[in-house]
Ligand binder design. Structure first.
Ligand SMILES: Cc1cc2nc3c(=O)[nH]c(=O)nc-3n(C[C@H](O)[C@H](O)[C@H](O)COP(=O)(O)O)c2cc1C
Length: 364
């Protein structure tokens, strides 16, 4: 019913790119552990592509150097688990988690490092404690290793979450392809059998000169407040290039912050210090609140669109693409097999909705 209503809405408003988000439908949790932040970076890429709540698992003892003495501590933790996998005392203590009731989630994506071809001990503790709550849920796995294959981690996941409905194959990201994680995730996501109706993400439109680009917003207090603000009308700001990686400037109002260390990447739309918007054509690591990401532009296309290097750039943020023709940065020729919105905007990770593919309307 809900889906049919969504599609009807999309049909009747050909000028809009996406249907309204579906409240509380198919909620997704991304839960991860990261010692050296590779998994953190993976999660950052992942959550710029899907709408999900995120929870990071932290060890109780933060002084441990797992890699010291030939990885002796990491090895000892894993050996203790292996010796007695059913005994809670075998698992290293973790901090209390922020979400203890998983009943609201239909989809869970676990992101974990590999340690000695097994699941990192800290993530094993979390799953030992909470895996039972994942029974019957759609669960997927992303594993980050330096180079070792991940079958041992998949076995650990299946032991610790025995009653999950596993979504597709686990995604393996290693040192040699970590830099391509965004596209690896983008290709992997459609292979997952997400529980129906993963909420459609809200779009914001960014206009610079005569070009309008869509951006997909993440769901947090900052974007919710921003969307409410934009419902009253477009907001025009003046941004300046800075540091060789961004255009930024004051929004003229404040949004709620949820600052964390973020390695901002080209296309990211970020809130800095509560009242400044930064749009990236390069990368920078800082304490930011994520707002969203511009859809489908390469780094060089972003530089052109954002007028990288210039000052006093007039940028309009809105919830509607308006009458301005969307996008002239990307070549007008449509690629075979690619999905386009009804406005002709290329959609790299189509969720449910109506798209143009090979010149024909298709419904996903
Ligand atoms: C204790 C320990 C053991 C590890 N063992 C392996 C291994 O056997 N094979 C491998 O390819 N990488 C191994 N790694 C490397 C991590 O899997 C890899 O760096 C991963 O990206 C770390 O993710 P993180 O930065 O989110 O912690 C190990 C790392 C640690 C700390």
């Amino acid at each position: 019913m809900l889906m049919a209503a969504m599609l009807l809405t999309a049909c009747s408003k050909d000028s809009e790119v996406m249907a309204e988000p579906v409240e509380n439908a198919g909620k997704t949790l991304v839960v991860y552990y990261s010692y050296t932040n590779n998994c953190h970076e993976i999660v950052t890429s992942l959550t710029s592509q899907i709408q999900a709540d995120v929870m990071r698992i932290e060890p109780a003892d933060k002084t441990q150097k797992y890699e010291a003495n030939g990885y002796a501590i990491g090895t000892a933790l894993l050996n203790a688990i292996k010796a007695n996998p059913n005994d809670a005392a075998s698992y290293p203590a973790i901090d209390p988690v922020s979400i203890t009731d998983l009943s609201q989630y239909q989809n869970i994506i676990i992101v974990t490092p590999l340690w000695w071809s097994q699941m990192a001990a800290i993530m094993q503790t979390y799953l030992f404690n909470y895996g039972a709550q994942m029974a019957g849920k759609h669960v997927a796995l992303i594993v980050s290793s330096h180079s070792s294959g991940i079958s041992g981690v998949v076995s650990d996941a299946k032991r610790l979450v025995p009653d999950a409905v596993w979504m597709g194959d686990a995604l393996w990201i290693n040192a040699s392809n970590h830099g391509n994680r965004a596209s690896l995730i983008e290709n992997w996501l459609p292979t997952l059998n997400f529980a129906e109706k993963q909420a459609t993400m809200e779009k914001m439109f960014i206009t610079i000169g005569s070009v309008t680009q869509s951006a997909t917003l993440v769901n947090n207090a900052a974007t919710q407040t921003l969307v409410e603000r934009l419902k009253n009308g477009a907001v025009t700001v003046t941004l300046n290039s800075s540091g060789g990686f961004e255009i930024w400037g004051s929004l003229g109002f404040s949004l709620p912050t949820n600052n964390e260390q973020i390695n901002a990447q080209p296309g990211d739309v970020i809130l800095y210090s509560g009242s400044n918007i930064c749009i990236f054509y390069g990368s920078n690591s800082w304490s930011y609140t994520r707002l969203g990401k511009i859809d489908g532009l390469s780094e060089s296309e972003l530089r052109t669109f954002l007028k990288a290097g210039e000052s006093n750039i007039t940028v309009t943020l809105s919830l509607s693409s308006g009458t301005t023709a969307i996008n002239s940065v990307r070549s007008a020729a449509t690629e075979n097999g690619a999905y386009y919105s009804l406005n002709g905007q290329r959609v790299y990770n189509p969720s449910k909705g109506i798209y143009i593919k090979n010149g024909k309307k298709v419904i996903l």
